[in-house]
Design a protein around this ligand. Structure first.
Ligand SMILES: [Zn+2]
Length: 459
């Protein structure tokens, strides 16, 4: 409707600005509505406790109990936020129905509660013996006189009982939609509301009609899909952390390749929490207990509170804070620099390489190593941000670095977002006078990569 009233050229200019804005920084966003989905329901039972002596609990009941506690906890801790459960009773919903509710309520977050399972091995044990009659066959005579004789005899045979061996695996894991499924997410966005909400300039949202089949629309949808993935990953990391804080095994953030349709079909950041393994005895008892359910609801709520605070404090001039905010980040020795903490400080550095150089000025070119898959990285040199959230391509990011003697000159690679083929691998070509070094570094959402340059020009 609006589309016909807005001159095309204006709309095009506005979209163009939005695209640039989106690419350069994340716009602020208020978390106003949270959708909580109790996985499965009704005839869709989900996983069930199957091992010997299990509680025979059903995933659909566990998810509903935890989801209801989560809804209560979110309402209690975030009074201004609307919390919408997809179901509050034992009803069947198609995944499309769950996604429709989430999209119709304009959720800013979609939290799916599930319980994990896995194939159970069968065990057998002897429970007794029984006598079985068998027959011995023998023949007498030859030719036409040949005769068959059947002699019965008794044997003792063991009697076995078969049972299902419980899973040894336990813990909580968090899932986001797989990067290569971005196209599905994009489709959900494109098929979404006619009044697609565009956040303009951090002020109010501009409601407009966008044709997502237009080139501009496609770009916007792609940007949104990418951003939802970043946000989903941020929230997932926080949930994992809060679960870990309870002392429970936190199995990390994963990208599932198949089967989380609902995560891909919702037009908002979405995570799926596998609260525990229904076929692990300890986990089954935990996710069925009032105390366990409440603990999980509280941990997830804490993560949502942290996520909300992070997302809402973002502005257009500062980079997005990292998933994990530690006390260290809050320190600001200068007192005047209000820039947020350096993102890399929250992750350990795994891939470290040391290069000896002869010159105190070197050139570094950073390329994507291998297939170009939209890796987005930031590069820091001696804690100073040199490259801010740029995608790695075959066109290098080039920089000149000053190497100081007797100092650890550290060039750090931080993955802001994994491309479609994780981890983010960068090829660095280092030109040190006439010498060239090639260094391959790999960073992911958990670990940074680092090159140390040591000056050796005395000999
Ligand atoms: Zn499930």
């Amino acid at each position: 409707m609006l589309r016909n009233k807005v001159p095309f050229i204006f709309l095009f200019a506005a979209l163009h600005l939005l695209i640039i804005k989106e690419l350069s920084a994340q716009t602020p966003k208020l978390i106003k509505t949270i959708i909580v989905d109790a996985g499965h329901g009704g005839t869709d039972v989900g996983a069930t406790g199957q091992y010997e002596n299990s509680l025979r609990s059903k995933e659909k009941d566990v998810t509903l109990a935890i989801a209801l506690k989560l809804v209560d906890e979110l309402k209690k801790q975030l009074p201004g936020v609307k919390v919408v459960p997809t179901r509050t009773t034992d009803i069947y919903q198609k995944p499309t129905e769950k996604a429709r509710i989430a999209n119709e309520f304009h959720g800013d977050l979609f939290l799916c509660i599930h319980a994990d399972s896995g194939p159970l091995k069968q065990g057998k044990r002897q429970v007794g013996t029984r006598m079985v009659t068998k027959y011995k066959i023998s023949y007498t005579g030859k030719g036409k006189k040949r005769k068959k004789h059947k002699t019965a005899y008794e044997v003792e045979e063991p009697v076995y009982e078969y049972f299902k061996i419980p899973l040894t695996r336990s813990g909580t894991s968090v899932w986001i939609f797989a990067a290569h499924k971005t196209s599905d997410k994009l489709k959900a966005i494109m098929d979404g509301d006619e009044n697609f909400e565009i956040e303009a300039d951090g002020v109010d949202s501009l409601e407009t009609n966008i044709d997502f089949n237009s080139p501009q629309g496609k770009i916007i949808a792609a940007i949104y899909a990418k951003r939802y993935q970043e946000r989903s990953d941020r929230l997932a990391a926080l949930v994992n952390e809060e679960v870990e804080n309870t002392g429970r095994a936190a199995l990390g953030v994963n990208q599932r390749r198949v089967g989380i349709w609902v995560l891909q079909a919702t037009n908002m950041p979405a995570i799926l929490i596998e609260t525990g393994f229904i076929n692990n005895p300890e986990d089954e008892r935990y996710i069925n207990s009032e105390q366990g359910q409440q603990e999980l609801a509280e941990a997830i709520t804490k993560a949502v509170q942290r996520y909300k605070a992070q997302v809402e404090s973002m502005n257009n001039t500062t980079p997005a804070p990292p998933p994990a905010v530690t006390k260290n980040n809050l320190k600001d020795p200068a007192g005047k620099n209000t820039a947020p903490a350096l993102a890399f400080e929250t992750r350990p550095t795994k891939d470290t390489k040391t290069i000896e150089v002869k010159n105190n000025k070197i050139e570094v070119d950073i390329y994507d190593d291998g297939e170009i898959d939209n890796d987005i990285v930031s590069v820091y040199y001696n804690n100073k941000l040199l490259v801010d959230k740029k995608s790695l391509t075959t066109n290098p990011h080039s920089m000149t670095l000053t190497i100081e003697p007797g100092k650890a000159n550290e060039l750090l690679l931080f993955a802001d977002n994994l491309g479609t083929i994780p981890p983010n691998t960068a090829l660095m070509i280092i030109t040190d006078g006439k010498k060239r070094h090639e260094v391959r570094l790999s960073a992911d959402l958990k670990n940074n990569a680092l090159v140390k340059f040591e000056l050796k020009n005395n000999n």
